[in-house]
Ligand binder design. Structure first.
Ligand code: HEC
Ligand code: HEC
Length: 301
């Protein structure tokens, strides 16, 4: 705040306080000793107004709050740029809180950091902490129970696009992930998309039109194996999901798969590097790593 504004705020503040004080003291003055029972000219519906001064306790409350305001403004910041005699600041208070929290959690975090992910995932206290962190930082996309939603992976089912080892999960969290599934509509045309969709369904052993899938298989060999592999098992380095499991990130209906092929998909998992410190990243890695097991999913694939 510039000095001019600061002065302006100070003058207005003191002006108001002086004004209120004058008002309270002035209304206490009794000009006429009998004023208490004197009738004013105001009358309405048989109700008349008396010229009674304010009761003492009431004026005193006003004066006390004005005195409180003056003392408060002397001690704490509030008058323009004047920092207050106590030197208190919100930033300092926050820093102190954080230092206190750090002192409380610090040793625990240090111990967690030395514990391998596999072991930490079995520690009930670390899991509870991971669950709280997940609620704060991840649930808005992955759901509070990590169950996911179309486009946002379910982290409890043991199906990983980017891999489920501690190192892979850690990389996902630290650097984020950016999936690039190209749009094939322009290359395949409507018939090509329909045929390839039937082939994708056949990869997971689902109901499909065998003739169409046969034609689609040719497209698949040409265009898709590079990322999804000859058997459709996917590639964790690219985030290309396994097409043989029948579990889909974007939904498994015929229409959804056809839309995926036609338009492509570009899911983004935001990097947490600048959001979370080492200890929290480690706890969350362990929490996510342990999710499928705690949900009774079969071994990660
Ligand atoms: C350049 C690598 C690449 C190629 C080539 C590619 N894909 Fe993909 N595909 C991906 C990636 C990466 C994803 C995950 C997209 C995401 O998570 O947003 C994906 C997702 C998909 C999905 C959605 C899976 C789900 O879980 O919802 C289907 C279906 C699919 N691809 C089929 C195909 C077919 C069929 C072809 C060939 C016509 C093909 N892809 C070619 C990389 C590729
Ligand atoms: C803004 C939304 C968003 C937030 C916040 C977010 N994620 Fe994600 N996450 C995604 C999306 C979208 C993907 C899928 C990317 C793709 O298409 O492959 C993903 C992928 C992942 C994966 C990889 C899953 C797999 O199949 O390999 C993991 C693990 C993960 N997220 C964990 C987390 C954790 C832990 C947090 C909290 C620190 C978090 N995410 C926060 C959107 C988010």
């Amino acid at each position: 705040m510039s000095t001019g504004w600061s002065l302006f705020v100070i003058i207005v503040t003191f002006g108001m306080l002086a004004g209120f004080t004058w008002l309270v003291l002035n209304t206490r003055r009794i000009q006429d000793p009998d004023g208490g029972s004197k009738l004013n000219d105001h009358e309405f519906d048989g109700i008349t107004e008396l010229d009674t001064p304010m009761p003492d306790w009431f004026s005193f409350m006003f004066l006390a709050s004005i005195a409180f305001a003056v003392i408060y403004l002397a001690l704490y910041p509030g008058l323009g740029n004047f920092p207050g005699l106590l030197g208190w600041s919100a930033a300092d208070a926050l820093e102190q809180d954080q230092r206190r929290a750090e002192a409380r959690h610090g040793p625990l975090f240090q111990r967690y950091l030395r514990t391998p992910v596999e072991e930490l995932a079995e520690d009930p206290q670390a899991v509870r902490m991971g669950q709280r962190l997940f609620g704060n930082y991840c649930a808005q996309c992955h759901g509070s129970a990590a169950q996911g939603a179309p486009g946002f992976p379910n982290l409890t089912d043991g199906h990983w696009s980017w891999g489920g080892t501690p190192a892979q999960i850690r990389t996902t969290l630290v650097n984020g992930r950016q999936a690039a599934m190209p749009a094939w509509g322009p290359v395949l045309g409507d018939d090509g998309v329909a045929d390839t969709t039937e082939f994708v369904l056949s990869l997971a052993g689902r109901d499909h039109d065998a003739d169409a899938a046969e034609r689609g298989s040719v497209h698949y060999q040409q265009l898709c194996v590079a990322c999804h592999g000859p058997e459709g098992r996917g590639n964790t380095a690219l985030g290309a999901g396994d097409l043989t499991t029948g579990v889909y990130l974007y939904g498994g209906s015929r229409e959804t798969i056809a839309t995926t092929l036609r338009q492509g998909r570009n899911g983004v998992m935001p990097a947490q590097r600048d959001v979370l410190d080492e200890a929290r990243l480690h706890i969350l890695t362990a929490y996510v790593y342990g999710l499928p097991k705690r949900h009774g999913a079969s071994e990660p694939q």
